[in-house]
Each structure stands twice: as structure tokens, then as C-alpha cells.
Design a binder for this molecule. Structure first.
Ligand SMILES: Nc1ncnc2c1ncn2[C@@H]1O[C@H](COP(=O)(O)OP(=O)(O)OP(=O)(O)O)[C@@H](O)[C@H]1O
Length: 597
């Protein structure tokens, strides 16, 4: 089993040998490189790499002491043929508690599987209500549709939002990620279509707007499942899909239409025969995202075109002033629902989240070690740019860490396939931009790693919301920060995000820095990719909203370069100020999933 070579101050001769070896290997497309062989040494746990840096030292010392005693007692007992007894049982409990704290991975109790196949949290801070779906007196067909999902009782947001929506009221609904908001608007939407006895010739009566194509695809799937026993029609229009096919479908008549804003506007303006004059219900999911700059213009035009006499619902886990402004402007006599307003934390109870302060030049080494130890887990890693996703995916694959990747610029068929493939796997690594940060319900994600920091706490909340979704589920989140970025934690604290500090264990770090540098230097494709990623990282940094913390002029470029596999900063045209705003625009495009010009 070839392990990773670790850097150490080797002799000149050894260094030369190493270079030769590496040059030889770099000619291979993949396989045996300095980075080890094809994953034979994968480990079941990455917990050992991270330790909670906390005031647990006392407990840890007690445990160490007890472990010693236990060992001694065990050897005495075995000599005397005695059982471990009460003290040992207590000790086991204590060790177990401490191990949970240290690894961030509560141990699985038998029969405690939560939604999404994840483990059960401690049941407090529930997102469920006591209300049954029967209490809503829904049509038999919708009730049968709900049964398809196997839901027993409503979540709190469902219990609070569905009744007013069924009465035709406007709603502004907020609930944490994974709280079941989609069904909170889909159930009333489907009931409305049924009660109006809609048929295809009535055209579109309900529109659900989503900020990303994958979220739209997923919402359409959920709507179709819920409508399985109904006769009404459901459809999807999203950027990147076949426009002509969509038009034909719209002309035939789609009662419940799920759409992304740009493509919807396109059809509203130019698809003849698309009947939308009967629109009765408009839902804007992830409203805060949809009202951001990149969608603002399309949204203004959509709202100007759509019939004004309608019911409207706005949903998101996070709210902004723009959402409140839109609510004030376009909702009539609305019901405002915020199920989490009294909570100390805005994230889920089953989510263990921590940050790790990593020296800039060691960022990749920590990520590499973490991922190498996580091959049997389902992990999402967020980056600030598509160039960085691309480079790291190429690099990791080259060094035998299998991963998928996703950013807005990809061909839509590939995006859809990648999304469904990742939903279906039990373990795997997904590298992505924020195009994957919102709303997606991917089963069984165990770790969300934010390798590049999010632009703001809202983005953080949505990213980590891809794990620990639904009642009783657990998950882990890890935020990478360099020393200069630690003040970002104040923003998170203010946003009610509780984070522990993790320390990575230096001795567990696989130090492949020189191998990485040799690999990048000797592989022109990888080197070009690394340059693009390096440049994008710096531009993302300079485009960051919290300029007081993410100060590009304080970045140690040598250390940044090292994290991308360069021995010294590569020569790339930066022109930070003009390129930063261009970068911001292209990132918005990426997040909404459109192709860049
Ligand atoms: N009443 C329910 N009982 C059990 N599970 C439910 C219920 N309602 C929804 N779920 C499940 O909970 C998970 C999260 O739901 P959903 O995707 O609607 O969350 P969300 O609030 O829209 O999250 P986000 O803010 O990230 O978009 C899904 O797997 C969904 O099937």
C-alpha cells in the first residue's frame, strides 16, 4: 500500500531522486503518483484529523487518566478473571461522549436513522408539528400524493403556512433549511388546481420560481409525485434546456409550471400560445436569492407581465430587506410566518459545525488529507469560483481522489446527470460553487466543507443547509479560515450561527507540498488550470462583500500560490480593481447557472 510521501528536510540527493521520480510519474495520466495509489489506503473516518479546540482539556485529561486506570484494572481483572464493573461502564460513557465531541461524529444508535438515511439527533428543537395532514381535509388525491412521500405529520412551517395558503391568503414564510418549505407551498398549489378543476386548456394557473435549474428540476419532481393521483399537468422551463420542446409543452397546457426566472421571462415574452392569463398563484422560492442583483431585472419584468389578481407566496430560509420590500409592495393582507424566530441558532439542531484556522499555504494539504480520509463519506466542498472547482477536480482526480464537480457554466445535460448521480450515491465527493448552495435536497450528505469562505452569513447558512436536513438528521460542516479571516466569525455569531473551533492535527497532515509543486510544474494542463484558479481566488477575494476582513492587499501571495501548487506566485494579469467587478458579475451568472459570454 503506497502511502503519500511526506515532506521532510531531505538531503539534496534524495530531493533529486524525488524530482526524477515525480517527472516520470507526471507523464502518467493517473495512477501511481507521489500522491499514493488508487485509494487503497482510504480510511473510514476523518475524525482524527480534526479536534475540537475547546475547554474540554479537563475532561480529556480525566479520560486519559481513567483510560490508564481502566487499562491497569483490565489487566488486573483479566489476571483475576473479574468483570469490568460499574466504574468502567461510566468511563465508557464518558469516553464515548468525548469522542463524539472530538470527532464531531456522534455514534450511531441502533434504529435511530433519520430522514435521508442520516443519523438521529437528540430530538430537541424539533422542526415537526403535532398536526396531521388529515386535519387539513385535503382531497383524496392530494392525500394519496402525500402518502407517496411517507410523511406522517406536518413540519412546523407546513402546519403554519398551508392553512392560510389554502384559504387563498398571501404568505411570507421563513424556516430554516431542510424544514419542508417546498411542500408548504406545493400542497396548497396542487389543491388549488384540483379545486378549480383545471385542465390543460386553462394553461398555467400556478407558477413556482426557483433560482437554480437543479432546484427547479427537483421541485418539479416533487410536484409531479404529489400530483400523481390528479389529472392536472406539471411542467418545467429552465435555462439551458431545449427551448422549442418547452414551448410545445407550454402550448399544450401546463397547469403547474416550475421555472427559473430568465427562461420564464423568455417564454412570457415570446412563446405564442402560452396561456398565463389564468394565473392564480405565484410562488417565489428562495426569494432573497431571486431578488438579488442578477435576477432583479428579469423579476421586475415578470411581475409586470403576470396577472396582478393572484395569490403570492414568498419562501426562504433567510430574509433580506429586498424580500420585505417586495412583500410590502406585492403581498395583500399577508400572513407572515417565521417558525424559528425564538431560536438561539438559525441552523439545524443535528448540525455539528466548526471552523478550522489553517495557514494559507497549507490549505490544500488540509483539504487533501481530509478528503483522503473521507472517501467513504458523502461530502460537498464549496469553492468561490468555477476555475477553482475545475482545477481542484482535475488535481484530485489526477491524484486518485475521485470526485464530481458542478458549476453554472457546464452543459445542462451534464449538470442534470451530475446532480442526479450525486443524489443517488451513498458516498462521494462533490466540488461546487454556490450554484449548489441553495434549496437542493441531496440525500445523505455528511459533510459540507467550505474551502473558500462564503460571501456572507446567508450564503454560509444555505451551504451548510445541504446536510442535516429534515427532522432528526445529523450532519457536519467545516469552514476553512486563514488567520486574517477569523473576524468573519463575528458576522456568523451575529447571524446566530454556532461554531466550534476545530484544530487539525499537524501530525496527521499528509505533507505532499513538494510533490504537488512538481506535479503542477510538470503538467502544462494542470499548470494552466492552477493559474486560472489562483487568479480567480484572488479576484473572488477582492470582490468579497466584507472588505474589512477579506482584504486582498493583505493576502500573502506566496502562501496563496503554494496552496495552488506553485513554488512562487505565477505571473498572471490581475488588474484587481477592474477585474473584481467583472468577476462578481460572472459569479452571479454562474450562480444562476447561465453560460458566460
Ligand atoms: N412533513 C414532513 N415529514 C417528513 N419529512 C418531510 C416533511 N416535509 C418535507 N420533508 C422532507 O424534508 C426534506 C427537506 O424538505 P425541503 O427540501 O422542502 O426543505 P426546505 O425547507 O425547502 O429547505 P431549503 O431551505 O434548503 O430549500 C425533504 O427530504 C423532504 O422530503
Amino acid at each position: 500500500m503506497a502511502m503519500l510521501k511526506e515532506d521532510n528536510p531531505s538531503t539534496e540527493g534524495e530531493e533529486q531522486k524525488k524530482r526524477k521520480r515525480s517527472r516520470k510519474r507526471s507523464r502518467k495520466p493517473s495512477g501511481e503518483t507521489e500522491f499514493g495509489n488508487s485509494g487503497a489506503d482510504e480510511e473510514k473516518s476523518n475524525g482524527e484529523l480534526l479536534k475540537v479546540k475547546d475547554d474540554n482539556t479537563q475532561v480529556a485529561m480525566e479520560i486519559k487518566e481513567s483510560k490508564k486506570k481502566k487499562k491497569k484494572k483490565r489487566s488486573n481483572n483479566s489476571e483475576n478473571g473479574e468483570d469490568d464493573g460499574e466504574e468502567t461502564r461510566e468511563l465508557k460513557m464518558k469516553i464515548r461522549e468525548q469522542e463524539e465531541v472530538e470527532t464531531g461524529e456522534p455514534r450511531e444508535e441502533k434504529g435511530s436513522g433519520g430522514e435521508n438515511g442520516s443519523k438521529s439527533a437528540n430530538g430537541s428543537d424539533s422542526m415537526m408539528s403535532n398536526c396531521s395532514f388529515e386535519s387539513l381535509c385535503l382531497s383524496e388525491q392530494t392525500a394519496a400524493g402525500i402518502k407517496e412521500f411517507g410523511f406522517q405529520t406536518m413540519t412546523q412551517i407546513q402546519a403554519k403556512a398551508i392553512p392560510p395558503l389554502l384559504l387563498g391568503r398571501d404568505v411570507l414564510g421563513a424556516a430554516r433549511t431542510g424544514a419542508g418549505k417546498s411542500h408548504a407551498f406545493l400542497i396548497p398549489a396542487v389543491e388549488l388546481l384540483y379545486n378549480l378543476a383545471c385542465s390543460a386548456r386553462n394553461g398555467t394557473v400556478v407558477i413556482v420560481l426557483c433560482p437554480t435549474r437543479e432546484l427547479a428540476i427537483q421541485t418539479r419532481e416533487a410536484a409531479a409525485k404529489l400530483m400523481k393521483h390528479h389529472t392536472q399537468t406539471v411542467g418545467l422551463v429552465i435555462g439551458g434546456a431545449d427551448r422549442k420542446k418547452e414551448s410545445e409543452q407550454l402550448v399544450k397546457g401546463v397547469n403547474l409550471l416550475v421555472a427559473t426566472p430568465g427562461r420564464l421571462l423568455d417564454h412570457l415574452q415570446s412563446t405564442r400560445g402560452f396561456v398565463f392569463k389564468n394565473l392564480k398563484f405565484l410562488v417565489i422560492d428562495e426569494t432573497d436569492r431571486i431578488l438579488e442583483q442578477n435576477f432583479e431585472e428579469a423579476m421586475k419584468q415578470i411581475l409586470a407581465i403576470l396577472p396582478k389578481e393572484r395569490q403570492t407566496a414568498l419562501f426562504s430560509a433567510t430574509q433580506t430587506d429586498k424580500v420585505r420590500d417586495l412583500a410590502a409592495l406585492s403581498l395583500k393582507d399577508a400572513t407572515y410566518i417565521s417558525v424559528d424566530s425564538g431560536r438561539k441558532s438559525v441552523t439545524n439542531a443535528g448540525l455539528e459545525q466548526g471552523y478550522c484556522v489553517v495557514p494559507c499555504e497549507k490549505r490544500f494539504l488540509v483539504l487533501y488529507t481530509f478528503l483522503k480520509r473521507s472517501k467513504l463519506k458523502k461530502v460537498m466542498v464549496f469553492f468561490s469560483s468555477k476555475a477553482s472547482v475545475k482545477y481542484h477536480a482535475e488535481l484530485l482526480r489526477y491524484i486518485n481522489i475521485e470526485c464530481s464537480y458542478m458549476y453554472g457554466d457546464l452543459d445542462q445535460d451534464k449538470r442534470t446527470k451530475t446532480f442526479f448521480d450525486f443524489c443517488g450515491v451513498e458516498n462521494g465527493i462533490m466540488l461546487c460553487t454556490d450554484v449548489f448552495g441553495r434549496g437542493l435536497d441531496i440525500p445523505g450528505v455528511e459533510w459540507v466543507v467550505q474551502y473558500d469562505p462564503p460571501d456572507n452569513p446567508t450564503e454560509y447558512i444555505h451551504r451548510v443547509g445541504r446536510t442535516a436536513r429534515g427532522e432528526g438528521s445529523t450532519g457536519n460542516a467545516l469552514l476553512f479560515l486563514i488567520e486574517e479571516e477569523v473576524k468573519f466569525l463575528d458576522y456568523l455569531k451575529e447571524a446566530k450561527v454556532p461554531l466550534k473551533q476545530y484544530d487539525f492535527v499537524q501530525s496527521k497532515l499528509v505533507n505532499v507540498q513538494s510533490a504537488l509543486e512538481l506535479l503542477v510544474a510538470s503538467n502544462p494542463v494542470l499548470s494552466e488550470s492552477a493559474k486560472e484558479a489562483y487568479k480567480s481566488y484572488i479576484l473572488a477575494y477582492s470582490a468579497h462583500s466584507a472588505k474589512d476582513i477579506f482584504n486582498v492587499h493583505q493576502l500573502d501571495l506566496r502562501a496563496v500560490a503554494a496552496s495552488f501548487g506553485f513554488s512562487s506566485p505565477p505571473k498572471v494579469p490581475l488588474d484587481i480593481h477592474s477585474n473584481a467587478s467583472k468577476f462578481k458579475k460572472s459569479r452571479s451568472k454562474d450562480e444562476k447557472g447561465s453560460k458566460r459570454q
